[in-house]
Write a protein that binds this ligand. Structure first.
Ligand code: TRP
Ligand code: ZN
Length: 882
């Protein structure tokens, strides 16, 4: 079950290791280009394992300096060091033995950002998923748990700080300007949770008293001068620790919890035991430089990594197929945390927006895979929205089916039974089945079947029998490797409402699978009967998005308008607006493509303006309601023969009509939401800003001059307002003096802050229209751009490819050729980053024929290139596969 470059790994082939690892002692002698690592590993043969089996360790890009067996140099004929493995033979049958491996690394030359590398002069590590094998030869798989001692030796002046997992044991001078530090982590852990940091960083310190009264020291390390920008992250950390105690009974388990922020990082952050390492984008914030969204992201990601301490670290994955076991569950936990800290309904709406635009898109294309895949060629490519976000939704459905109490009991049982173990999805589900005495076998299909289920809805009312019948039919589309599907268990929350939006009293007919406010759809086609319903009610289905499915329900405009105005569930109100808007937008795109003029549906317009003007609704919700489905959403609704220009033009036309007809209300709301007093990142204030800036964007379409946005830019006292005003200027008034002046001003103000310049890059990379590519090309020559830093590349090239449909899908295919060339360049340095960028081409087959053929040609040039990384090879082959 070992990952060979280019080979497929199958879940079905899992077997435990032949050797048990008892202890790990690591000594690092840090040097920018020649770091020496000594690993002392104590093993014994597993009981029952083949007594002749060799010990096979993983390795990658390593220079082996020496190899000892029980402190003696090992005879060369007993081992073989190949490019990806170290194989050692003739090992003891039962008694423990010690292997000492010395390897030489070049952290400075490590541009992949996996293993030990340097970021802005800081030594740091990233070992998930398979990075530890780039440090030493090791059984680098998550079911090998061991206790680690780590010694770090380094130049003292350059590296006053020497950190690793667990508790600090001690440190001292080490001659010739060097010093050392020793760390011990008492919790057995897999290698992917190992971390080391060394360098010169500033410290922000605080403490937290746990529920049992233990004091935990909290340390956040940032670049010198940035200490003031870590306050919000520290506050989020303390709130996360408290919340996990209160909501899930989980207490922190070491004396110290550390976070280090680094500027070169492939993902958001990493949950290494006791020593989280973060992309500094998700730590640093102040009103001048961070948007409300940045604050929300920091809160969510600090929480996410902290929550991993129990869901991921104390209980980890048996193998990488089980990744959702820690990621899906931990995303669910961070979603619930954010919902408790902010507005639950607005949070849910935002989650569902991203789920639909990212995960539904992934599930509908060539990269579709189950929440728990059965095979992979490159595990790095499975840190996907399906594993994370759909994985979270699957956990949420368990909570919906069981109810809050049994769900909590199930999790308690999971923590109690599996603490210290590396387990599977089956182990997890079993805990919920046991506490609830429910059969979750059919439900478990959610882990194994890919594709987004569609649920078709029919309703019938029988006035004489006073019966209301809901008939549901589920279909699950064919996906790569899965032509046939079985019906799933889909829990759908619902409400029956009357013409005033009041709940209709109705009782479930005997034998109907209705439990409280949940319909349990388990068969392909199934009817649910309600008794005592005199008048035909309006059905509000999939309330709170209880199941990640596509509902196909031809509800009348009046019924949707009723839900949009009167449902008590805010999520359902937003959903009804979306159900009106999305088909209207898709129809408009078709109309426009056929050369006819577009008219906004009056019911949709009136519903939106009514919500805009309704002061009883929280501003954040009103802002969400005003933000129409995206161009990507419309493309998904259309499904095939996509013309991004027609979609863009149709959406703009509808927005303009709403803006013009509602200009007075937009102006009034824009004024009413203006802030008095100092900036505060709290959720209600952020909601007011969101509504104000949504109004500003509509007003741009109404008044058609840049003045108002230019004023908003000039008066901004925080980054949310400033970046939103700049977006309106750049996207609606490109090339005007006002826009050019604001872009120049922004660069002058923030040119020394790379994280803020990422916003400047992203705003310009997403200016709609055919000239975007030239703009992106010229921005790549900007002194602020740095192709070696993943955040810069994602801000400029990533936003262009993923969030600028008209610019990226230029009909002549030039942007596809550009992206292909960039991917080949980036792949030489950072395969993970290159592979991630490439996924933005996953929906190429649904484009109209000319674009699709240009996209195919660009993809084929990638596929035909020599020396592709395993990461890019895996994605390009899957995207092109028929
Ligand atoms: N486990 C990390 C999380 O919290 C994800 C992650 C961070 C990661 N860095 C990585 C995954 C590098 C793969 C490779 O979600
Ligand atoms: Zn995670």
């Amino acid at each position: 079950m070992r990952t060979e470059a280019g080979q497929v790994v199958n879940l079905a082939d899992y077997r435990p290791t032949d050797f048990v690892l008892e202890r790990v002692d690591l000594t690092f002698e840090l040097d920018p280009t020649e770091t020496k690592v000594e690993a002392r590993l104590i093993f014994h043969r597993r009981e029952g394992a083949d007594t002749k089996a060799p010990l096979v360790l993983d390795g990658e890009d390593l220079v082996l300096v020496s190899l000892l067996f029980d402190q003696m140099e090992m005879e060369p004929e007993r081992y073989q060091a190949a490019a990806t493995h170290l194989t050692i033979r003739d090992l003891p049958e039962a008694e423990p033995f010690e292997i000492t491996i010395t390897t030489l690394l070049n952290p400075q030359a490590n541009t992949q950002l996996m293993g030990l590398y340097r970021s802005n002069g800081i030594y740091c590590t990233q070992c998930e998923a398979e990075g530890f094998r780039r440090i030493t030869y090791f059984p680098d798989r998550p079911d090998v748990l061991a206790v680690y001692t780590v010694n770090i030796i380094a130049d003292k002046a350059a590296n006053p700080l020497l950190l690793s997992n667990g508790n600090f044991l001690g440190g001292a001078g080490y001659g010739e300007g060097k010093h050392f530090a020793a760390w011990f982590d008492p919790h057995p852990k897999p290698s992917y949770l190992f971390a080391l940091v060394a360098g010169d960083l500033a410290l922000v310190e605080d403490s937290f008293t746990t529920m049992s009264g233990r004091e935990v020291t909290l340390k956040i390390y940032v670049e010198h001068g940035k200490q003031g920008n870590a306050a919000y992250a520290m506050d989020a950390l303390k709130r996360s620790m408290k919340w996990d105690e209160e909501v899930f009974g989980r207490e922190y388990d070491l004396d110290i919890f550390m976070i280090v922020a680094v500027s070169d990082f492939n993902f958001g952050a990493m949950e290494n035991k006791g020593l989280n390492i973060f992309n500094d984008k998700y730590i640093l914030a102040d009103p001048e430089t961070a948007t409300d969204q940045d604050y929300a992201n920091i809160e969510a990601i600090v929480a996410h990594e902290y929550f991993h301490n129990w869901t991921g670290n104390r209980i980890t994955c048996r193998d990488w197929f089980q990744l959702c076991l820690k990621e899906g569950l931990t995303v669910y936990r961070d979603h619930e945390f954010s919902a408790d800290q902010r507005s639950r309904a607005v949070k849910r709406i935002a989650e569902v927006r991203t789920l639909r635009s990212e995960q539904f898109a992934e599930d509908a294309g060539p990269l579709a895979h189950p929440v728990r895949p059965a095979a992979y060629r490159e595990i790095n490519n499975f840190y996907t929205t399906t594993v994370y976000e759909k994985g979270s939704e699957v956990t949420r459905m368990i909570a919906t089916i069981l109810g809050p109490q049994a769900f909590r009991q199930g999790l308690d049982l999971y923590f109690e039974r599996h603490d210290g173990q590396a387990v599977t999805v089956e182990d997890f589900v079993q805990c919920f089945a046991e506490v609830s005495a429910r059969d979750l076998a059919q439900f478990s299909l959610w882990y194994n079947q890919s594709g987004t289920p569609a649920v078709a809805v029919e309703t019938a009312h029988d006035a004489r029998k006073k019966q209301f019948t809901v008939t549901l039919t589920q279909t699950i589309p064919a996906t790569p490797g899965q032509p046939e599907k079985q019906p799933m268990h889909i829990p759908l929350r619902f409400a029956l409402i009357d013409a005033k939006g009041k709940l209709v009293a109705a009782s479930a007919s005997a034998g109907s699978a209705i439990e409280g406010d949940v319909l349990h759809l388990t068969r392909e086609r199934q009817s649910f009967v309600f008794e005592g319903v005199a008048k035909p009610p309006v059905l509000s289905l999939n309330r709170g998005f209880s199941a990640p499915v596509i509902i196909r329900f031809a509800q009348s405009g009046d019924a949707l308008a009723l839900i949009a105005r009167h449902e008590s569930d805010l999520f359902a109100r937003w959903q009804a607006l979306t159900d009106m808007a999305l088909p209207a937008l898709a129809a408009a795109a078709r109309t426009l493509a056929a050369g006819e003029a577009v008219q906004v549906d009056p019911v949709l317009k009136e519903s939106l303006l009514a919500i805009l003007a309704d002061d009883t609704l929280e501003p954040a919700f009103r802002a969400q309601a005003l933000s129409l489905p995206s161009e990507m959403d419309i493309a998904r609704e259309l499904g095939s023969d996509i013309d991004p220009d027609a979609i863009h033009a149709a959406r703009q036309a509808i927005i303009s009509q709403i803006a013009q007809d509602g200009s007075e209300i937009f102006l009034a709301v824009h004024k009413a939401m203006a802030e008095a007093g100092a900036y505060s990142p709290d959720a209600p204030s952020a909601g007011r800003r969101a509504l104000k800036n949504a109004a500003l964007s509509y007003l741009g379409h109404a008044i058609k001059t840049p003045q108002l946005a230019a004023e908003a830019y000039a008066n901004a006292n925080n980054m949310t307002d400033r970046s939103q005003a700049l977006t309106v200027l750049a996207h609606q008034f490109a090339g005007t003096n006002e826009t050019n002046a604001a872009l120049a001003d922004f660069e002058k103000r923030f040119g020394d802050n790379p994280l803020v310049m990422d916003k400047w890059f992203a705003i310009q990379a997403t200016v709609p229209g055919g000239t975007a590519l030239e703009r992106v090309r010229s921005l790549m020559t900007s002194p602020h751009f740095n192709s070696g830093n993943p955040n810069r590349v994602r801000a400029l090239i990533g936003s262009f490819a993923a969030a600028n449909p008209t610019g990226f899908h230029r009909a002549d295919g030039e942007s596809y050729r550009f992206l292909a060339a960039e991917i080949l360049e980036i792949d030489k340095r950072n395969p993970q980053l290159a592979a991630r960028l490439l996924t933005s081409m996953r929906s190429w087959r649904s484009l109209e024929t000319r674009r699709a053929s240009e996209a195919r040609k660009a993809l084929e040039t990638i596929a035909a290139s020599d020396g592709l990384s395993n990461d890019v090879r895996d994605i390009v082959d899957r995207i092109l596969k028929d």
